[in-house]
Design a protein around this ligand. Sequence first.
Ligand code: NDP
Ligand code: GDR
Length: 371
Amino acid sequence: MPKVALITGVTGQDGAYLSEFLLKKGYIVHGLKRRSSLFNTDRIDHLYQDPHVENRNFTLHYGDLTDSTNLIRIIQEVQPDEIYNLAAMSHVKVSFDTPEYTANADGIGTLRILEAIRLLGLTEKTRVYQASTSELYGLVQEVPQSERTPFYPRSPYAVAKMYAYWITVNYREAYNMYACNGILFNHESPLRGETFVTRKITRAVAKIGLGMQDCLYLGNMDSKRDWGHAKDYIKAMWLILQQDKPEDYVIATGVTTTVRDFVSMAFSEVGIEIEFKGEAENEVGYVKACNNPEFQVEVGTEVVKVDPRYYRPTEVDLLIGDPTKSNEKLGWKPEYDLAGLVKDMMESDVKLMQKDKYLREGGYETLNYFE
Ligand code: NDP
Ligand code: GDR
């Protein structure tokens, strides 16, 4: 019998890669998606199967982590062997604007899933993966951060995820459930949401190169992150649920880089060398050389500036993970390094922007419905 998985957050970056991965492994995959006024399934449209097709292996259900009855009904209907709880309001900065909603979806949402499994008598059947995060470490206590490093969350998002982390541990201990936390450090890809810093950078670099944007505005460029590729990280999620014993794991590369260096790498990937001058809010990045005949960016142009609106009330300055446990126990090792990740994202965004430019120049800009 094929295994059955339920993925919450199926329309997100990780949900899309994980769906692909599990379908290739022969799973029957169910996904929880939110109702929205516009289509929100871009990342998984290639997996869509017409509801009239018999024996579908990929099915979407409307739902929301803030609605217990809905979760209970779907879990009862699907009877999953594995639940990957990836749904969340996942933007750290936005969580300062929507703290109560974030607590509800990211914190209590996890409880709703665990409790549904218990109420439905599925504690022995259903294994649960909880999408925990390196944001739990927050204010630096020690580096590199491992499964034993104390938490000190620094945002409403991280505080909500801390509740989710501990309720997962508690249900494992109290009810003997196979429930685990993957403490994943930042992972990115061409499918990354456009407002996270890496994707904001790769999109802007492509646009600047093609003459579609003048300048990239960023917040704190001193911040350091341990960035990996989402394609590698979703494999770890699956491995975490295939062990003899349920445990929590750090998933990271062990290498950390500043936002500033990520910017330089992205520009350099398309043949543009940039240099930074000035400090704090007055720092600017300007073009030192342009070695790409397709990208006519003048030497000396200021292409990166700081805008304090992107600063956070409390920042996480430095994340660097220690993946020893996942390397040794899960046999997990990432295939992509940072250079490979930047290359993948830049190639994809250049193609995307070239298409956009072509459509614009051909007169196929967005239609104006309001004339
Ligand atoms: P995304 O923001 O790309 O995806 C989040 C998903 O959750 C989307 O499908 C979104 O739906 C859905 N969602 C949001 N709120 C609700 C809700 N109330 N009910 C149901 N679904 C909801 O995140 P990622 O794929 O990058 O991350 C996946 C998970 O891993 C998240 O929980 C995130 O917090 C966590 N994480 C991510 C890391 C990363 O670096 N990417 C690192 C560590 C943890 P919609 O498409 O409609 O918005
Ligand atoms: P993060 O990712 O907060 O680490 O959370 P994000 O890419 O948003 O920020 C990384 C760092 O870059 C700095 N930064 C900016 N960030 C954004 N978004 N926009 C900017 O203009 C900008 N300028 C500088 C930030 O201050 C920060 O230090 C991500 C999410 O995926 C979470 O859901 C996940 O849990 C963690 O990664 C691990």
